[in-house]
Design a protein around this ligand. Structure first.
Ligand code: FES
Ligand SMILES: [Fe+2]
Length: 395
């Protein structure tokens, strides 16, 4: 997807005055950068990184290379070769090592240089490339960019019920990650943003009353319906949401309501990637039916115009929001609205209301933590989420 420019209203200037600190930034050396670097960060769809392949990635404003060795393990390393700065993703993967294409220096997964074909014997022992702990969970590759030992892995538990793990293809979104994470706390938007149709149209009928509580590992949010039913949604620090969602519009209900974990990874301050993995509760014969439907969905998706183009056409006025039809309509709607807030949402000129309760609680947590980092005070010791706290549909 190409990057889009949503700043049609000129809302480009972030400001930190209301919170005393820039909540949105994750750049290295900032309080937000220190906060984010305490956690495992999703960096790639696992199935899009075959063994023997290296790729460039950009995370929190920094470039890196990621490669998958022949034994199947993924590894994030520095973007540039320590010799004279060539890009490492151009390199050849040899076994579980990677060789720079410029002068053939080779590095093992742990970063040690193991070969320098044109240098004196022994020099290689003095040279290392930076590496970052890299692990996989539910089909996604995570890396740790902080100092010292990473926190426990995985960063969230796999849903226990029997089913199939399915990755939803990652999508580049042209805005800061925080407004997307905030949207995940904003259940009321469903009644409007998703009303014109698509997978969420059926649940776009109610205006739940939202409450939220801080937990040891993030935030729990509740949406109380008129019927008294309460939907429970889990927000794992620093950028993940786990929720039960309706089947995609193009799936005709096959597979029921999966549990989806949606992760908003900062690319830099003005772009993010939505990673998503899910557990679909199908077993036995249903698996084939589900997979067939997925293949059909993938075909329709491939034939449809790219999401980025549709969003651009909505922004420019070429397409009428209500008239848009797309196999992944809910995603189109969400990106049009969230990235349409501007590259970095203006948090100083807003009117937060009752329905923004989840956002208010999270910003309070974030501002408290970021100010603690800024002032050198102790910060929260985040815990690994327990596997018995699960989302509840409350339909
Ligand atoms: S720049 Fe990589 S080997 Fe020379
Ligand atoms: Fe949405």
């Amino acid at each position: 997807m190409t990057l889009l420019d949503s700043d049609v209203r000129g809302r480009t200037q972030p400001s930190s005055s209301r919170y005393g600190v820039d909540l949105h930034t994750t750049r290295a050396g900032t309080p937000g950068g220190a906060f984010m670097r305490q956690f495992w960060i999703a960096v790639h769809d696992g199935d899009q990184l075959p063994a023997g392949r290296a790729k460039p990635i950009r995370i929190m404003g920094e470039n890196y290379a990621i490669f998958r060795g022949q034994s199947g393990e993924a590894q994030v390393i520095d973007y540039r070769c320590p010799h004279r700065g060539a890009q490492m993703h151009l390199g050849w993967v040899e076994g579980d090592e990677i060789r720079c294409v410029y002068h053939g220096w080779k590095f093992e997964k742990g970063g040690q240089c193991t070969e320098q074909p044109a240098e004196q014997e022994g020099f290689h022992r003095k040279v290392r490339i930076g590496t970052y702990p890299t692990r996989e969970h539910m089909g996604l590759v995570f890396a740790y960019f902080g100092e010292g030992e990473p926190p426990a892995f995985p960063p969230f538990p796999e849903p226990k019920a029997e089913g199939v793990i399915e990755i939803r293809r990652a999508v580049n979104v042209p805005c800061n990650y925080l407004q997307c994470f905030e949207n995940s706390m904003d259940e009321v938007h469903v009644a409007f943003t998703h009303a014109p149709g698509g997978s969420h149209a059926k649940i776009a009928v109610d205006l739940p009353i939202i409450t939220a509580d801080e937990t040891d590992w993030g935030m729990m949010r509740y949406g109380k319906r008129k019927t008294g039913d309460i939907r429970h949604t889990i927000h794992y620090a620093p950028n993940m949401v786990r929720v039960l969602v309706p089947p995609l519009a193009g799936m005709d209900g096959v597979g029921g309501w999966p549990e989806i974990i949606l992760i908003f990874t900062p690319v830099d301050d003005e772009n993010c990637i939505w990673f998503a993995t899910s557990k679909v509760f199908v077993t036995g014969d249903q698996v084939k039916e589900y997979n067939d439907k997925r293949v059909e969905f993938a075909r329709k998706f491939a034939e449809a115009p790219p999401i980025g183009q549709v969003v651009q056409d909505i922004w420019s006025g070429k397409l009428v929001y209500d008239d848009v039809r797309h196999p992944a309509l809910a995603r189109v709607q969400d990106i049009a609205v969230q990235a349409g807030q501007g590259r970095i949402a203006d948090r100083d000129n807003e009117y937060l209301g009752r329905s923004d309760a989840g956002i208010i609680v999270w910003r309070k947590i974030l501002a408290r933590e970021l100010l603690a980092f800024a002032e050198g005070r102790p910060t929260k010791k985040w815990k690994t989420p327990p596997d018995d706290v699960v989302p509840v549909m409350g339909a």
